[in-house]
Ligand binder design. Structure first.
Ligand SMILES: Cc1cc2nc3c(=O)[nH]c(=O)nc-3n(C[C@H](O)[C@H](O)[C@H](O)COP(=O)(O)OP(=O)(O)OC[C@H]3O[C@@H](n4cnc5c(N)ncnc54)[C@H](O)[C@@H]3O)c2cc1C
Length: 415
């Protein structure tokens, strides 16, 4: 069969945004790359499809803003090389009650990193955004640079760029197992990737299988990873026609994230005419193979509806979302990524990058750069990788300690 007598430098398993950008970055670094995907390319059963992903520099954890900054440069480089635009710059608005600890941490990190920002009271937020956001009196708004990325287009951009750089891409090829290949009885020496389309060999392997990570890791090396698949739904809400101009990105409407009892986020009216994306960061546990890929509009109606009514008043129809799109998170207990070597018999030859917990898309380019460094040099600089190691769960099943509230909505998880 095709490509089976060849030893690749790197096989990348999983062609969502992480695997596709990693394949491109590795190929750009002169690696012979094979990218394998279990379903059709650009399918809608994982985490990387859809119409928009927010890019924000603001985080309550101090180790993410630098990664987003580096990603911004790398997004720009990929856009220049491909001739495509996938990122639109806007302002970003973080908002919430002044006493919210997550929002407090966001503001602290913003100051500590000397990020350009405006910290506004509720009245000033109203003035800056044409009175669209009607915040309660004790709320504040933090305005920074942000924007949104077109996800399906971005995945396709990286796949085309990877191919242009010589990578081989194969879809409808599920990886069943990864084994250590021992050469001449001396141990070490590459990996065998066993798939539904036969066996492939490579010197190194990168596993970017999103919500399927725990299952594959268990099968390959018996590792128990606390990465849980969550079914989630993005909702689009109808803006009353007379208010359409205020919700357009070109008229200054921002991407936004609200830190309150629930974490609610959204993007400007840019994807469907008259509809604005407003969704809840949360979901319920699911099996990635058997889940019904239908949107859960009832939960959005219950949790997000009252929020829409309170903040956008009569500008947006708050009874129910006009449209929903199902998606999936790969959630870690601390919502931090997992980027690490598989270890064990594989040593540093297999790298795992998963558990992006509903906020990884914007950082795909830097994840690809880091994964490439780990493959080529066995280490990566410029990113605080200790926060992303698997061993953090050995001492504490909750992972990295946080001084602020959980951001994922437990309301939906209990459904
Ligand atoms: C609704 C929603 C909103 C989000 N909003 C934002 C946002 O605003 N900003 C942001 O930065 N991030 C956001 N995210 C998070 C971001 O989209 C994810 O972090 C990112 O897409 C994860 O990509 P991935 O490549 O790890 O996973 P996936 O896209 O799921 O890719 C994994 C791929 O591996 C394949 N695969 C699995 N097992 C195998 C196997 N055995 N063999 C071969 N292939 C296999 C799968 O089919 C899949 O294609 C959001 C996510 C969702 C769902």
């Amino acid at each position: 069969m095709e490509h089976q007598n060849r030893v690749f430098d790197v096989i990348v398993v999983g062609a969502g945004i992480m695997g596709s950008s990693a394949a491109y970055h590795l190929a750009k670094c002169s690696q012979n790359v094979l990218l394998l995907e279990q379903f059709d390319f650009l399918h809608q059963r994982g985490s990387s499809h859809g119409e928009s992903r927010t890019l924000r520099l603001t985080y309550p954890e101090p180790y993410y803003p630098g990664m987003v900054h580096e990603s911004l440069d790398l997004w720009e480089q990929a856009q220049l090389e491909s001739g495509l635009r996938v990122f639109t710059e806007t302002r970003h608005l973080d908002l919430g009650p002044v006493e919210n600890r997550s929002l407090g941490a966001v503001i602290e990190v913003c100051r500590a990193k000397s990020m350009a920002h405006q910290l506004l009271d509720s009245k000033q937020v109203g003035e800056l955004f044409q009175q669209v956001f009607d915040l309660p009196e004790n709320w504040v708004g933090l305005v920074t640079k942000g924007g949104f990325i077109k996800p399906t287009k971005a995945v396709s951009m990286f796949q085309s760029l990877a191919m242009r750089r010589g990578a081989i891409l194969k879809d409808n090829t599920e990886v069943l197992d990864i084994e250590r290949e021992s050469r001449g009885g001396g141990g070490g020496g590459g990996v065998r990737v066993i798939s539904t389309k036969g066996m492939f060999t490579s010197k190194k392997c990168v596993v970017t299988v999103g919500a399927w990570a725990s299952r594959l890791a268990k099968r390959v090396s018996g590792i128990e990873l606390p990465i849980r698949p969550l079914h989630t739904t993005v909702g689009y809400w109808r803006v009353r026609p007379e208010f359409w101009p205020e919700f357009l990105p070109e008229n200054g409407f921002p991407t936004f994230a609200c830190y309150d009892k629930d974490y609610i986020y959204g993007t400007p009216m840019s994807e469907f005419p008259g509809l604005v994306k407003i969704a809840l960061h949360g979901g319920y546990a699911c099996d990635p193979d058997t889940r019904e890929c239908t949107p859960d509009l009832a939960s959005l109606e219950k949790v997000v509806g009252p929020w829409v009514r309170a903040l956008f008043r009569d500008r947006v129809e708050a009874e129910k979302p006009a449209l929903g799109q199902a998606c999936m998170y790969s959630m870690t207990p601390d919502e931090d990524f997992v980027i690490d070597f598989f270890g064990g018999d594989f040593g540093k030859d297999v790298v795992l990058a998963s558990g992006f917990s509903g906020h990884g898309f914007k950082m795909a380019p830097v994840v690809a750069r880091v994964v490439t460094d780990l493959v080529l040099k066995g280490e990566a600089e410029g990113v605080e990788l200790d926060y992303f190691k698997m061993r953090r769960f050995e001492d504490n099943p909750k992972g990295n300690p946080k001084v602020f509230e959980d951001q994922v909505s437990s309301y939906l998880e209990s459904n």
